[in-house]
Ligand binder design. Structure first.
Ligand code: BV8
Ligand code: ZN
Length: 251
């Protein structure tokens, strides 16, 4: 349920001052930043997909049990992401870099919209819907049609191909976690945008930022588990709040 945006410009004005004065940013983004591009989030739509909870479809067990169902799920996500475009929230984060700030995006999203908006430093903590991995030889590839033929097989070793996505119960890539730790350490401001801050270990980055004394600015259409600990919690839509936060938008 969408809460009324903060009526009082106080927190937004305070957040703008922090952003204007800082040079180094890390951003943790979740499905909520892509919602205004028309992409479903995980928990707003109560996660139902073809009568399955997402957690039941985005797991290695689900792929073992019914790879066709899982490929239909990811083909639908690829098609939806392909037919939309970055929204004002993604674009505002790319603009922050154009203003000469250092911005490292740590996204839980697999849609590729931050890169399409022009953000240069993006770590996809949960993988990418656009990358495919062979279950046999491990080869990774991105040269596939928007919707892959079901079922897709490796042209090198003929084993089954899977989305190169971190499913529930799978470990994140240690290199991505190391990059996230470096970005967290180096930043002055840690923006948390459009995430329910429930999925670990990604969500823990936001709480570590609080521990490290960073300025943690949350943007979400509703309060989350993080809101009470954030330096500033801005209630509103990412596509509306982020442009107002990044000076040079003339708001
Ligand atoms: C692992 C890829 C172990 C798939 C995803 C109990 C405690 C701690 C951990 C666990 C636990 N029980 C289970 C676990 C483990 C589990 C976990 O955290 N589960 C949760 C549900 C409790 N974690 C894992 O399994 C991780 N792996 O632990 O491995 C291990 C370790 C070593 C060795 C072997 C194994 C792997 C997690 C990654 C799973 N993959 N995605 C895919 O995308 O298809 S997670 C999935 O959830 C997406 O990445 C998504 O981004 C992410 C988080 O969800 P959000 O992005 O936050 O989206 P959500 O819908 O929840 O919220 C949207 C938010 O946006 C809301 O707050 C809403 O208010 C807001 N919003 C909406 N519209 C807007 C908006 N805000 C602003 N503007 C708007 N317009
Ligand atoms: Zn192979």
């Amino acid at each position: 349920m969408t809460q009324k945006p903060n009526p009082d410009p106080g927190p937004l004005a305070a957040a703008r001052r922090i952003v204007d004065q800082a040079q180094n940013f890390a951003v943790l983004s979740g499905a909520g930043i892509s919602a205004e591009s028309g992409l479903a989030t995980f928990r707003d739509s109560d996660g139902l997909w073809e009568q399955h909870r997402v957690e039941d479809v985005a797991t290695p067990e689900a792929f073992e049990r019914d790879p066709r169902l899982v490929w239909r799920f990811y083909n639908a996500r690829r098609k939806a992401a392909h037919s939309t475009r970055p929204n004002a929230g993604h674009i505002a984060l790319a603009r922050l870099e154009e203003l000469g700030k250092s911005v490292h995006i740590l996204t839980q999203n697999v849609d590729g919209l931050h890169q399409r908006a022009g953000s240069a430093k993006v770590t996809e903590l949960h993988g990418s819907a656009w990358r495919v991995r062979c279950t046999g030889c491990g080869a990774k590839s991105t040269d596939h049609p928007i919707e892959l033929h079901v079922l897709p097989y490796c042209d090198k070793c003929s084993a089954l191909l899977r989305p190169d996505i971190v499913w529930f119960g799978e470990a994140l890539d240690p290199a991505d976690l190391a990059a996230a730790a470096r970005a967290l350490e180096a930043c002055q401001v840690f923006l948390v945008v459009g995430t329910s801050a429930q999925v670990q270990p990604a969500a823990s980055l936001a709480f570590q930022a609080v521990e490290l004394g960073k300025s943690v600015i949350e943007i979400n259409k509703a309060p989350t588990l993080l809101s009470a600990s954030a330096t500033i919690s801005l209630i509103g839509l990412a596509g509306d709040m982020l442009p107002r936060l990044v000076s040079g938008f003339g708001h």
